[in-house]
Ligand binder design. Sequence first.
Ligand code: HEC
Ligand code: HEC
Length: 194
Amino acid sequence: MRLPFATLAISLAVLASPPAAVAMEDFVLEDEVALCSSCHGEDGIPIEPEYPIIWGQEYFYIYTQLRDYAAGRREHDLMTGIAAEYTRDQAKELAAYFAEKPWPAIPAQIEDGDYQLAEKGITGGQCSACHGKWQGDSRIPRIAGQQPAYLVQTMHDFKNDVRMNAPDLNSTMKQLDDPTIDALARYFTTIAVQ
Ligand code: HEC
Ligand code: HEC
């Protein structure tokens, strides 16, 4: 009984997968890491301000994001196709690799009035109930010290229902106006990474 079932499973897998997924049978962690590093940075500092730091991010958060991109729950021109190439186990290996790295420091970028606006947004959105001191915990991403231009973009993606993998965040971000989102993103650069 085992053989026909296995054959069916394989043909379904082939049907459901783009050709690239088959190539990932040759998965070599270092080669894939080199691909990630071409954007997320050789030293953990991404090559563009709108690209997120992933060095030292929470293991489970990285893994879920890769699965969410692969499944279309979170869409992005670059990441959707990349994440779709990996099996769960491969995504776990990548997540474990990057989670182990030290979080890289970026310069603080604060402007007058940011603290007041940010604190108002945090109180109103009850962010601390989930994010605590912004250091991350399992499925909750580290936000302290994250690239501000990336944070601005992703907060707008929640607000505009572009990023759909965390429904609570869509309604939370709708309460924040643009100056508050900008202030929050800069404020997070000032929080010490523990
Ligand atoms: C061509 C550039 C590029 C490459 C290559 C790339 N990424 Fe990304 N990655 C991005 C961008 C841009 C984003 C932000 C996407 C968004 O706004 O949803 C991102 C987002 C992510 C996120 C979500 C981070 C967060 O804070 O939510 C993770 C995790 C991630 N990438 C992991 C990887 C891994 C692992 C690899 C290698 C297998 C990789 N990326 C390769 C550009 C890239
Ligand atoms: C109900 C719990 C909860 C509340 C309240 C909450 N968050 Fe989150 N937040 C999360 C979770 C969980 C994620 C990760 C979602 C995912 O898996 O994509 C997240 C993701 C984020 C991200 C994306 C980080 C990244 O790397 O892409 C930002 C930015 C963020 N939250 C900011 C805030 C701010 C600012 C507030 C308050 C105004 C807030 N959150 C309120 C639970 C919460």
